[in-house]
Design a protein around this ligand. Structure first.
Ligand code: NDP
Length: 289
């Protein structure tokens, strides 16, 4: 029999993680606050524990995938003594400071803490394309790497427990505005009689190609010189205005592009219209330049 694994949390993601371990032949004990979510896992060989203490006593690393930082503390605090000398792998989404707080809490109780950030949706777990970032205890990462590889490609981001969360949430900061802008375009095309599917087919290649400019943008931002623009802030005001008018013509509110417009106007109103559009990053960072 392989080394046991305890899974705390059987939400959509916890169930996917546990199922992948069961399918990989691991000896999995599961617990969820609300009973009744382990049925399919138990049928496939997992053991359902009645309480957190029972689950933890099954041994092996304790993998936590709960709603948020507060629910992790609420669940682990009462079993801190039982966790002494054990590995806790927390895959719950937390901010970097919350991850560091959990690492400090764990250290104070003699627990080996590894934080993880899941860059995938539940159906992607165990499939190509999924990635999980880890930071915190190198010993836990190295010691359980084979287990982590059941779920996704893994990246170790160093001993600071907050680093995985930092990159996770920074990457998601890019994803949500992109999706919102895509949905603004889809709503506009639909209002004009088209379909979102047709729009997706047209938009995907262009938007994917635009991510190729990230490295150029990054060089400009890291260099801090916005004096030689590919697209100036003044030009961007006109472009966003045209996008907004085209969107409104179809009766759709251009909320996502208006949000970008506000960042751009803050720069042009400060007299920087001839500089590069990417200068909006300085506005977000407090315009200390
Ligand atoms: P769900 O909302 O499906 O599940 C939440 C889980 O947290 C449930 O097991 C719930 O138990 C439990 N829970 C909530 N509050 C408490 C509490 N106070 N004490 C104990 N247990 C509690 O979320 P997901 O499974 O989708 O997500 C879990 C984590 O994974 C989150 O941090 C999420 O950000 C992260 N994640 C999820 C992704 C996704 O696409 N779903 C993608 C990447 C990361 P109960 O059943 O009793 O309510």
């Amino acid at each position: 029999m392989r080394a046991p694994v305890t899974m705390l949390g059987l939400g959509a993601m916890g169930r996917a993680l546990a199922a992948a371990l069961v399918d990989a032949g691991r000896d999995v004990t599961v617990w969820n606050r609300t009973p009744g979510k382990a049925g399919a896992l138990v049928e496939r060989g997992a053991v359902e524990a009645a309480g957190v203490r029972d689950a933890v006593s099954a041994g092996g690393p304790v993998v936590v995938c709960l709603y948020d930082h507060a629910s992790v503390r609420e669940t682990l605090d009462p079993v801190a003594a039982e966790l002494r000398g054990r590995a806790v792998v927390n895959l719950t989404t937390t901010t970097p400071d919350e991850a560091r707080e959990l690492a400090k809490w764990a250290d104070g109780h003699g627990i080996d803490y590894l934080d993880g950030a899941i860059m995938a949706t539940p159906p992607m777990i165990g499939a190509p394309g999924a990635q999980i970032l880890y930071s915190g205890s190198r010993e836990v990462f190295d010691g359980h790497r084979a287990l982590f590889e059941v779920w996704a490609a893994c990246v170790y981001d160093g001993a600071d427990a907050g680093t995985a969360s930092l990159f996770d949430l920074a990457i998601l900061a890019g994803m949500y505005p992109l999706f919102a802008g895509f949905l603004q375009g889809a709503a506009t095309v639909r209002a004009a009689g088209g379909t979102a599917a047709e729009f997706a087919e047209r938009a995907a290649p262009f938007l994917a190609a635009m991510t190729g400019s990230f490295s150029h943008i990054a060089r400009t931002v890291d260099g801090g010189d916005y004096g030689d623009p590919v697209q100036s802030l003044d030009w961007t005001v006109a472009a966003l205005d045209a996008i907004g008018r085209a969107t409104r013509e179809q009766g759709v509110e251009p909320v996502p592009t208006d949000m970008v417009g506000a960042l751009v106007r803050a720069q042009t109103e400060a007299g920087r219209g001839a500089e590069d559009f990417y200068r909006i990053v300085e506005g977000m960072a407090g315009d200390r330049k």
